[in-house]
Design a protein. Structure first.
Length: 206
């Protein structure tokens, strides 16, 4: 089964505490209303992990996490985003209109959703860094090959110092990004808290 991590919203990406998707308690259920955006696997996932708030004024203390089937009544899947890159990744807007979820499908206690989201992001950010490292490595390889092939004034431009500076800076940044990514992954493998280094890896590599 494929799963989608439904966290980001139009006004709440990095600011997870600013979630607007509302979860209202209704007996033994919760009723969800709102919108999620930029959801990877949104159109192909079987299950959604959804983050909503019981009280927007409580910020991170009001966030809850739920797991539900993508075909749950009230869920509408938006059109696939026409992105410039990573086009094989199915990215969608997800609408929740009076979606009823049993309390048994809540992950953790009420108000623990923010911590669950943060722990999850700690483990997924290094993989985003790794994706960026792969793309950057290919870009560097293509740049070096082109610099050796392209000629100006009768010489390959790879022989010009200005081009060499650019290629050197690319190689330097790529190596730094690779090491940051490896550092965060190594910390996670050891069971260490890697919030800072996971963030460094994703930010710098991308």
């Amino acid at each position: 089964q494929l799963v989608a991590f439904c966290l980001s919203e139009p006004a709440a990406g990095s600011d997870v505490a600013g979630l607007q998707l509302h979860a209202a308690k209704a007996g033994d259920d919760y009723v969800l209303n709102g919108t999620k955006c930029w959801i990877t696997n949104g159109g192909v996932a079987d299950l959604f992990t959804v983050f909503a708030t019981l009280d927007r004024s409580k910020r991170h203390e009001g966030v809850c996490a739920f797991v539900m089937e993508a075909k749950t009544p009230g869920i509408t899947i938006g059109k696939k985003e026409d992105k410039m890159g990573q086009r094989a990744s199915d990215t969608r807007v997800i609408h929740f209109d009076a979606v009823r979820v049993p309390a048994s499908q809540r992950l953790g206690a009420e108000g623990e959703g923010f911590k669950i989201a943060m722990r999850t992001l700690d483990t997924t950010r290094p993989s985003i860094g790794a994706l960026a490292n792969g793309i950057a490595r290919r870009a560097l390889d293509e740049s070096v090959a082109y610099a050796k092939e392209r000629k100006a004034f009768g010489f390959p431009i790879a022989g010009f110092q200005a081009v060499q500076f650019m290629l050197a800076d690319m190689a330097k940044d790529l190596e730094a990004a690779r090491l940051l990514t490896l550092q965060s992954a190594w910390m996670l493998d050891r069971g260490a808290r890697a919030s800072k280094f996971s963030s460094f890896a994703k930010c710098f590599a991308t």
